[in-house]
Design a protein around this ligand. Structure first.
Ligand code: ATP
Ligand code: MG
Length: 449
């Protein structure tokens, strides 16, 4: 599961760092204490200690439940009640003892129980076996030409699959280094200027990077040096992709994934970095785009993404009903909608529940309208939703954070009608100071009504 002990730096958090040799000793020492347990919760502060606790759990063969350190009382109660950990670790001091041997617990043993972001409802505990992690990291290594030579700048939380499952555990399997930063464009730029090679981020980070590199040519030069910038967890607006490419020469590699499946689809390192597209299925993962009956919708039509492969989770903890509903004929139904380009590249339209608007007999994806609105200079941020309408079934509503003075709503509606087509015109435009977002920067559309 992890690269062998060596003098290579594995993890650096501020002033503190550990080599692979030190990491094995520290995690092995804690793993001795975890032997015999089944499930251990880890208070996932952004610290070296959190990483050591997670590695210790994996060595000992226990399932780790990472907890958002800013979690509210109600959600904490929900997660602890649901997962029933034997033990909760919080900033466990690092001790270098003399650990013994740990037998491999086998590929189907639960490794992580990740609670979903709760974007569409109460968080569900996703039980990920060890083979989901190892197979997915190996597929991503192939897709991104990711090796032990890479140094990852890491500014993501440690309680989701993006930052923990792929960021930290990916690097530690492949034998490279993690440098953790409190995210800012300047902090990432500084690391890229001093040996870091890659960054994983969410779209809100890339939005800030787009603004910053346009204003600061020295920062743009630092980003120019990166080997690879990857975005995921939510749709990267095409406008941010283009702005960063123009200022730095870097085409961002977008990937699509979720807690239940890890990363399914990605643009490959040597592939076409097409704004608004997430690329092709990664090695070993089958993806299909289907209608409600499970039939392939073909090129250019909207359908639901279904996934099959060794990257899949085992079950939703304590929710056999939800687990059963999530599968059809062995395929996992993601609940996300996509369109396929002629060469197979996927474009994510959004979630079936909130981003697919049925208006006037058309099926319309919110993401396409959001991208069109972001091309208007008066729009800083936007989310598009559907609202019940007597005539149309649903009407398109644009929730807009204006870039300066808010224009007449018809200006934005006409912009969309002209750029896309008249039936995609927002019927209602509502201005807001900020969009409701979770800690991954995802817009909470259920709070927009
Ligand atoms: P919940 O399941 O609790 O509602 P969630 O789905 O946001 O929360 P995660 O598993 O963390 O929880 O996120 C996965 C979702 O994020 C995907 O199903 C998809 O909707 C979205 N997503 C991830 N990557 C991308 C991407 N590149 N483009 C668009 N959406 C993405
Ligand atoms: Mg989900």
């Amino acid at each position: 599961m992890f690269a062998a002990p060596s003098d290579r730096e594995a993890l650096r958090f501020g002033e503190k760092s550990l080599t692979y040799a030190e990491l094995h000793r520290a995690a092995g020492t804690l793993a001795e204490r975890l032997r015999g347990h089944t499930r251990v919760a880890v208070w996932a502060t952004s610290t070296l200690e959190t990483c050591v606790s997670v590695v210790a759990g994996l060595l000992a063969g226990v399932a780790i439940v990472p907890l958002n350190p800013k979690i509210g009382e109600r959600e904490l109660e929900h997660i602890l009640g649901d997962s029933q950990p034997d033990l909760v670790l919080r900033d466990e001091p690092i001790v270098f003892g003399t650990p013994g041997e740990f037998p491999d617990p086998g590929p189907e043993t639960p490794a992580l129980i990740i609670y979903t972001s709760g974007t569409t409802g109460p968080p569900k505990g996703v039980v990920l076996p060890r083979r989901a992690l190892t197979s997915n990291i190996d597929s991503l290594a192939a897709a991104w030409q990711w090796t032990a030579d890479d140094v990852l700048v890491h500014g993501l939380p440690l309680f989701h699959v993006h930052g923990l499952g792929i960021g930290i555990l990916g690097v530690l399997r492949l034998g490279g280094s993690v440098r953790h930063v409190k995210f800012s464009p300047a902090a990432v730029g500084q690391e890229l200027a001093t040996g870091a090679t890659m960054m994983f981020g969410v779209p809100t980070m890339y939005h800030r990077i787009a603004e910053a590199v346009e204003q600061d040519p020295a920062l743009a030069d630092q980003f120019r040096r990166a080997r690879l910038l990857v975005s995921g967890s939510a749709a990267l607006p095409a406008s941010d992709h283009e702005r960063i490419a123009k200022a730095t020469g870097q085409g961002i590699v977008e990937r699509y994934g979720m807690s239940e499946t890890l990363m399914n689809v990605s643009v490959r390192f040597d592939g076409d970095r097409r704004p608004g597209a997430v690329g092709l299925p990664v090695d070993g993962v089958d993806v299909q785009v289907v209608d409600e009956q499970g039939r392939d919708v073909g090129i250019g039509a909207i359908g639901e993404i279904e996934v099959r492969g060794p990257n899949l989770f085992l079950e939703y903890l304590n929710r056999p009903d939800a687990t059963e509903k999530a599968f059809r004929d062995g395929w996992f139904r993601t609940g996300d909608m996509a369109v396929r380009d002629p060469d197979g590249y996927l474009r994510i339209v959004g979630r079936r529940a909130t981003d697919l608007i049925k208006s006037g007999g058309y099926k319309i994806g919110a993401g396409e309208i959001e991208n069109a609105l972001l091309e208007h200079p008066a729009v800083a941020e936007v989310a598009v939703t559907g609202e019940p309408d007597d005539d149309l079934g649903e009407r398109i509503v644009a929730w807009v954070v204006p870039a300066g003075e808010a224009p007449e709503p018809s200006v934005l509606s006409d912009h969309v009608a002209k750029l896309l087509s008249p039936h995609k015109r927002p019927r209602v435009v509502r201005y807001l100071e900020a969009l409701p977002r979770n800690e991954m920067g995802k817009v909470l559309k259920r709070e927009l009504s």
